[in-house]
Design a protein around this ligand. Structure first.
Ligand SMILES: Cc1ncc(C[n+]2csc(CCOP(=O)(O)OP(=O)(O)O)c2C)c(N)n1
Ligand SMILES: [Mg+2]
Length: 885
């Protein structure tokens, strides 16, 4: 049977009348309750009720339930028009210079009302009275945000006319980049998909701070402006269930559904708003659809039979796009013309009036109603606002809604005049080709209103603050246990890290600021002891008795838990780390995040978030555990990390280290605390740790500087009179160098051993000095640390690393002699450590062979000795290159 056919209209009417009466008498909540009961009863009686995740393609908020609009619409309209014009003008200017600087016009024009309603009525700036709302701006709508700041007097004409010219003119960044405009932009968003993910974790982190008693509970909100095309990025939707689970009613997504992305429609053959509604509703969000503007209200009110709504439901986005790229006559014929009754509905309207039937996202009243509901009536749930707009709105026939709207960067003179006239910008025809920026007089009602609104909301946005006071970090001696010789005791650097973290978590001054973050690997890293000590953050506490409750280190969840246990979710964990690492800027409270993860799933997996972390000026520690390609017994190809240090090297604000001994780790972490939390430098640390157990020597006297700069002499060979070699290693492989040095004695070769905790920092400094010297001919040259270390040292030099050779290759220009590098290039595989080291030829035997071979090449040793060493090492000289296996 067709379940949509009405077999008894009278009965249907009875039910509907009853429902009307309930709503009338007791309100919608009661109606909802009764419907729930009916559905439940029907299901129990075995009725199969088809599930529909969507509602009709109309606004969620009925016209009668919209709040009164509190602003002065005529002034707001003028302000909005000026901003629209200036946003367009700055892009046109950027591209008129013949430099092809790019920029976007169509996106902001589609989103202007969405931003303006927020700026005029909702978003509070940080002030004495309020910590401020946090707004993620859609990256390529930046011109509109700059244009508003221009009217507000925060940016100059000169700056706007130097949009995207940051090198000589100190112009404005293409997109939101805190790195480039640190007092302005807060959130880098233009790598699409990262914004929504970061916004969710930021909202959760604000709750974490409140629940731990570190911040006062407030009504501050995180707003994230997103593109409908952007929602196709897997990251965009990745954490929406977390947001609902955590009850993040401090989070509002505004999705600008202009139906288009770069190449074409987002869902030409369907409806993006309906699809997103289903996704978000299914995940428990409060969904507010803002589909139609007020001019549709009378038509919808007259649509007693629901024919118009049915047509709205039937049409797909490809059609909706085309309607707005044409004109009123086209809309009449192709939309209303589908049903004679609907033609009748608009019979009294002119084509112009049909054309002016507006979309919800361009209607300030509809947008206001949605925002108002989001901030007042979304208790316990995050809100998503799906606003239907038109890409290139108001740009005229050549641009509005056209397929290539995204890429347009210019308007011809006719287009400029039409734009000017449509928005009533007081620019005369003769000036129009100059596309001048328009600035109303400072005492005009518009300007006074603009300022008054922002003053009422606490100041200007966007605005990034860096006022968190420095912290008092413990002295290096606090880690005394790691600085001493461990004697017989063997442990891994991961264990050393856990000990260090425990010391920090107990510290009187900064203990509460430590944020351990783990993506379901605490037991792998031996961190489960912290569960009990610090507690695992849970917004609803521990409402069950943990199975291991009688264990010393039981799984303790608590509302004020300190550990963020993120589950198998490196991207989410990284976002938590970013939220914590920027808390100094977003909450004026410096937090110290330590994110411990499988090193292979760091830079390789979430590298773009690491890049965003640099842009956003995050401070904190990334701890890449089980690092190296040969240290992790048995795990093999997808786990053996031989590349993260090469990837990390390219991240400018990242200070990467590959320590071997506990004291190195302690010195590095201590330096990070000082640099980031006392000196407040915008850097972050990447430190790799291993799970290989061994004994740790004491901190050699005076080694601190070398550790931090990347190189220091560890062992000088004495008592051997033969030729001398220099062996370098870091991380897992340094101990192979130490072993090789001893083996070399039996060949009559003296070997000095150097620890190189950071090849990357050595190379960075080397390049920097070289550059300075190049530009200062004839002056006293700057001497990089590595050059100073190797002064008077003769080669050959041999370095081996548990990473690909490129890692240690970085320092070649500053090595004063023959330099051989051994690395673990190629896919990893599983086996025991020794086997893997001999497979990749980075173990002690390979060191010995490489050292002897280098001496032979310099004519200081006979080839037969090298051959002998190769034979002893068991390496078949004719085996295939391991990097190809
Ligand atoms: C990860 C990523 N991929 C691609 C791009 C390039 N890009 C910039 S804007 C854009 C289209 C955006 O469409 P939508 O999200 O719908 O935003 P709209 O401009 O329509 O508001 C693309 C593909 C990007 N910035 N980031
Ligand atoms: Mg779009």
């Amino acid at each position: 049977m067709n379940d949509r056919a009405d077999i008894d209209p009278e009965e249907t009417r009875d039910w509907l009348d009853s429902l009307e009466a309930v709503i009338e008498l007791h309100g919608p909540a009661r109606a909802h309750y009764l419907l729930d009961q009916l559905i439940d009863r029907a299901r129990r009686r075995g009725a199969h009720l088809p599930y529909r995740a969507t509602t009709a393609y109309v606004n969620t908020i009925l016209p009668g339930r919209e709040p009164r609009y509190p602003g002065d619409r005529s002034l707001e309209k003028r302000i909005e028009a000026y901003i629209r014009w200036n946003a367009m003008a700055m892009v046109v200017h950027a591209n008129a210079k013949g430099t092809h600087l790019g920029g976007h016009i169509a996106t902001y024009q589609s989103a202007a009302v969405l931003y303006e309603v927020g700026f005029n009525h909702f978003w509070r700036a940080p002030s004495e009275a309020h910590p401020g709302d946090l707004v993620f701006i859609q990256g390529h709508s930046s011109p509109g945000i700059y244009a508003r700041s221009f009217l507000e007097g925060r940016l100059t004409r000169k700056q706007l006319l130097a949009f995207r010219e940051e090198v000589d003119l100190e112009g404005l960044s293409s997109y939101p980049h805190p790195w480039l405009m640190p007092e302005y932009w807060q959130f880098p968003t233009v790598s699409m998909g990262l914004g929504p993910l970061m916004a969710i974790y930021l909202a959760r982190f604000l709750r974490y701070l409140e629940n731990r008693g570190l911040a006062e509970p407030t009504d501050r909100k995180v707003w994230a402006f997103l593109g409908d095309g952007e929602m196709d990025e897997p990251e965009s939707m990745a954490a929406i269930s977390l947001a609902a689970r955590e009850g993040l009613d401090n989070l509002v997504f505004v999705i600008n559904c202009n139906l288009q992305r770069l190449d074409g429609p987002v869902r030409g053959t369907g409806k993006i708003i309906q699809e997103l509604e289903a996704d978000f509703r299914g995940n428990g969000w409060n969904v507010i659809k803002v589909v139609w503007g007020s001019r549709w209200d009378p038509l919808l009110a007259r649509d007693r039979e629901g024919l118009l709504v049915r047509l709205m439901n039937e049409c797909v986005d490809g059609e909706y796009q085309a309607y707005k790229a044409n004109d009123g006559a086209f809309v009449r014929e192709h939309f209303f013309g589908r049903h004679p009754e609907l033609m009748e509905l608009v019979a009294n309207m002119s084509d112009e009036e049909v054309w002016r039937l507006n979309r919800g996202g361009h209607d300030h009243r509809k947008v206001y109603a949605a925002y108002h509901r989001a901030v007042t009536r979304s208790v316990g749930r995050p809100t998503v606002i799906l606003a239907k707009t038109i890409k290139g709105y108001g740009l005229g026939a050549s641009s509005q809604g056209v397929m290539g709207a995204h890429q347009m960067k210019k308007l011809d003179e006719d287009g400029l005049k039409a734009f000017r006239s449509r928005y009533n910008i007081p620019i005369p025809d003769e000036d129009i080709s100059q596309v001048p920026l328009y600035e109303p007089p400072a005492d005009s009602p518009e300007m006074l209103y603009l300022r008054e609104r922002r003053e009422a909301l606490g100041g200007y946005l966007p605005q990034r603050l860096d006022t968190a006071p420095p912290l008092e970090v413990p002295p290096l001696e606090a880690f005394a246990a790691l600085l001493e010789d461990s004697g017989e005791r063997e442990f891994s650097t991961t264990m050393a890290f856990v000990r260090l973290l425990r010391v920090l978590a107990r510290d009187r001054n900064i203990g509460e600021r430590i944020v351990p973050i783990i993506p379901d690997e605490a037991r792998t890293f031996g961190m489960e002891g912290m569960f009990r000590q610090l507690g695992i953050y849970s917004s609803c506490g521990q409402n069950y008795e943990p199975q291991d409750r009688d264990q010393l280190a039981f799984y303790r969840e608590a509302t004020d838990g300190q550990i963020l246990e993120e589950g198998i979710n490196e991207a989410g964990a990284m976002c938590s780390w970013i939220a914590a690492g920027t808390s100094y800027a977003s909450s004026g409270l410096a937090m110290i995040p330590f994110y411990a993860f499988y090193s292979m799933f760091g830079f390789q997996r979430v590298g773009d978030l690491c890049w965003a972390a640099g842009d956003i000026r995050a401070r904190g520690f990334l701890i890449g555990c089980t690092s190296g390609r040969t240290t992790l017994n048995g795990e093999g190809l997808q786990h053996g990390d031989g590349q993260s240090h090469v990837l990390a090297a390219a991240h400018p604000s990242c200070r990467p280290y590959d320590p071997t001994f506990a004291y190195e780790l302690a010195v590095i972490i201590h330096d990070g605390l000082r640099r980031m939390y006392v000196d407040r430098q915008d850097v972050y640390y990447y430190v790799t740790c291993m799970n290989e157990n061994y004994a740790h020597p004491a901190l050699p006297e005076g080694a601190e500087e070398g550790i931090l700069r990347g190189l220091y002499a560890l062992e000088k060979s004495a008592g051997v009179s033969g030729p001398r070699v220099q062996l370098l290693g870091s991380g897992a492989i340094l101990r192979e160098a130490i072993a090789a040095a001893e083996m070399l004695q039996s060949y009559g070769v003296a070997a000095d051993v150097w620890s190189a905790p950071s090849f990357t920092l050595l190379a960075r400094e080397g390049r920097s000095c070289d550059r300075w010297n190049r530009l200062h001919p004839g002056e006293d040259p700057k001497v990089p640390w590595i050059t100073a270390c190797f002064e008077g040292i003769e080669g050959p030099f041999v370095a081996a690393t548990d990473y690909v050779a490129a890692f240690a290759e970085q320092i070649r220009p500053w090595v004063p002699g023959r330099y051989t590098v051994l690395g673990t290039d190629g896919y990893g595989r599983s086996d025991a450590r020794e086997k893997l080291r001999s497979f990749f030829e980075v173990g002690r035997d390979a060191f010995v062979v490489a050292a002897l071979s280098a001496l032979e090449a310099e004519g200081r040793l006979d080839a037969s000795i090298v051959r002998d060493a190769i034979a002893r090492s068991g390496c078949d000289p004719d085996r295939a290159d391991p990097s190809t296996l």
